[in-house]
Ligand binder design. Structure first.
Ligand code: ADP
Ligand code: MG
Length: 613
């Protein structure tokens, strides 16, 4: 056995660095957090060779007093907390007092700072030297604020250095860190350069428009165009930010930013709550995108659970989970076509060329342009004041006299330039699949089956919750040959099926009879409907589980009850569907998360035809 000896300071720091400084990006994270903690509103980041050669970060924050410079580089030295009370109410990003010491022990670090409180109005430089990391301090030139330069990261820890990936990969991680922090502080401007080439220049953002612009620069314009802005407050918690429409889902969970009191975190509880909120609207296996900020009293969240401070612990996890779930679920449910149109952003994925965040001409309110366009022939549109099918779910052909009167009313509405509903008026049906409609902004295209399916589903869900599903007996009961297992299932689960409006009876070992179906599904292919429901029920087993999977069953049923492709619809029926969509929760996506409608704005159509260029 060797004798016990104290570790040298540098070695102790190098060991600690193992936790905090994994790669260049972790250095950038720690240094940037220090800038923000110092109250800077401008930071510049210069990186060379993916950060392996150089990371230089300059801020205009409060700076460090000359007398504190040596301490700044020592371990367990911090200006951010002094006692346990402080630890429980942390408002700063840093508090462990080990970042600079750790980085310094595995690189060539130089820090130059001029404190705003400096009486001598001088800037000073500090470097750490030797095994004991004695600080060497010398005068320097620097404006108010601090510059930290980290060269040759891991030059003295070759094992670590070997783990570094390519320059490109390491820089991508740095870029990611900068983006994450840039989204946490809109009021700070960020400049990032790699090998002397500017990568980001994010101006400080104050107004909502400027903030959205930053989100668009960081997350891509398509995200902002396809997201909802939320801002909800309850029980001392506030949640705000942007969440993607379910139709803008991603194959990976790569566009998800969640901040707790300004600190980016990854948290299972949070992911779970968000996932649940999207459950009913997201295509299976897809991930939502979001930039969300949770604000709560610092005392209600413990940030001191992990050295990199990526994780937090909520004092009341259940409350936070429920709050997140409710807030997002509601925001997604309340989404109506009019909201999406009212944001004034086009829903195209075409982000080419021009700055899509420049203020646009208000298409919606531009009366002249719309009028002119609408005068090319009176659109043949018709609408029923109240939709016939939302109440009964059936397609009823209205009287032709009424149709004419309706058309007149619509024509007048278009002429008057007001009262045009968000999804506009139907013009035609395309290949028995799409409804074409005209609204103020241009052309609306609706996937008629997808839209109707969602409407039927939402109706059924609401019915189950309130008065129960209305059912009607079949004039001619339908008998179906099934497997013995299915027949048994129908027999045992007759009660549960009845609650869903399906009256099913077993009449032989391998035969059942359907006597009653939900009114809303009267027109459906009953046999196929019941077969699919039985298949679902068999999979779920017990009545208990059926109740838990009720929504899935309703979705299966809704799919059968919805208008099939190639059904000819009258203009009136099409308009009734459009009006129903405007009224129905989550009508922007079908039950599988695909979009139910898109807008082709006049701008976009004009571009297609090179008009006005
Ligand atoms: P922590 O951030 O956990 O306090 P660090 O090792 O990151 O620990 O920094 C140590 C101290 O150095 C900080 O508490 C702060 O007082 C000072 N400091 C570091 N970077 C800056 C900066 N950019 N501007 C002003 N002060 C700084
Ligand atoms: Mg720090």
């Amino acid at each position: 056995m060797k004798r016990i000896a104290l570790l040298s300071q540098r070695l102790a720091n190098q060991i600690a660095a193992g936790e905090v400084v994994e790669r260049p990006a972790s250095v950038v994270k720690e240094l940037l957090e220090n800038c923000l903690d110092a109250g800077a509103d401008r930071v510049e980041i210069d990186v060379e060779q993916g950060g392996a050669k150089l990371i230089r970060i300059r801020d205009n924050g409060s700076g460090i007093d000359k007398d504190d410079l040596a301490l700044a580089l020592s371990r367990h030295a911090t200006s951010k907390i002094a006692n346990l009370d402080d630890l429980e109410n942390i408002a700063s990003l840093g508090f462990r007092g080990e970042a600079l010491a750790s980085i310094c022990s595995v690189s060539r670090l130089e820090l130059v700072s001029r404190a705003s409180s400096a009486v001598d109005d001088m800037a000073w430089r500090v470097e750490a030297e030797g095994q004991e990391m004695a600080a060497a301090i010398s005068p320097a030139a620097h404006p108010r604020g601090t510059t930290v330069e980290v060269r040759d990261l891991f030059f003295n820890t070759p094992a670590r250095k070997k783990f570094l990936r390519t320059e490109k990969t390491e820089f991508e991680r740095i870029d990611d860190v900068v983006k994450r922090l840039a989204l946490s502080r809109f009021d700070v401007s960020f400049m990032l350069r790699h090998n002397q080439r500017a990568v980001h220049h994010l101006q400080a953002a104050q107004s909502m428009q400027e903030m959205q612009r930053r989100v668009a620069l960081v997350c891509g314009p398509a995200f902002v165009e396809n997201s909802l802005h939320v801002d909800v407050e309850a029980a001392g918690l506030r949640l705000w930010g942007w969440v993607s429409l379910p139709t803008f889902s991603r194959s990976q969970a790569d566009l998800q930013y969640f901040y707790v009191n300004g600190r980016i975190i990854r948290d299972k509880l949070v992911s779970h709550a968000v996932k649940q909120a999207y459950q009913d609207v997201l295509f299976h296996g897809r991930h939502p995108a979001f930039v969300l900020y949770l604000e709560l009293q610092p005392a209600l969240v413990d940030v001191n659970v992990h050295p990199t401070k990526h994780e937090v612990r909520f004092r009341d996890g259940r409350l936070v989970h429920d709050f997140l779930f409710r807030a997002l679920h509601k925001a997604l449910a309340e989404q109506r076509p009019q909201d999406r149109l009212a944001t004034g952003v086009s829903l195209s994925s075409d982000n080419s060329g021009t700055d899509s965040w420049a203020p646009r001409a208000p298409v919606f309110g531009n009366a002249d342009a719309v009028q002119n366009r609408m005068q090319f022939g009176a659109p043949e549109t018709g609408i029923s004041a109240t939709s016939q099918w939302s109440s009964s779910g059936a397609w009823s052909a209205p009287a032709s006299a009424r149709q004419v009167a309706d058309q007149l009313a619509i024509y007048t509405a278009l002429q008057k330039d007001d009262d045009v509903p968000p999804l506009g008026f139907a013009i035609a049906q395309l290949h028995g699949i799409y409804i074409l409609a005209q609204n103020r902004q241009g052309l609306i295209i609706v996937d008629m089956h997808a839209a109707h399916e969602r409407i039927t589903y939402e109706h059924m869900k609401a019915a189950v919750q309130h008065e129960g599903i209305r059912a009607q007996p079949l004039l001619v009961p339908v008998s179906i040959a099934v497997s013995q297992a299915e027949a048994e299932c129908a027999e045992h689960q007759a009660g549960a099926l009845l609650a869903l409006g399906l009256g099913v009876e077993r009449v032989a070992t391998e035969s059942i009879v359907v006597r009653q179906v939900p009114t809303i599904l009267a027109g459906a292919d009953i046999e196929q409907l019941v077969r699919d429901v039985l298949a679902d029920v068999l999979e779920h087993g017990s009545s208990e589980r059926i109740r838990n999977h009720q929504d899935e069953l309703l979705a299966t049923m809704a799919c059968h009850g919805s208008v099939r492709a190639n059904r000819q619809l009258s203009i009136v029926e099409m308009n009734a569907l459009l009006r129903d969509m405007e009224r129905t929760e989550r009508s922007g996506q079908c039950n599988h998360g695909r979009p139910t409608w898109v807008l082709q704005s006049m701008d976009k159509l004009d571009k297609l035809f090179l008009r006005g260029q």
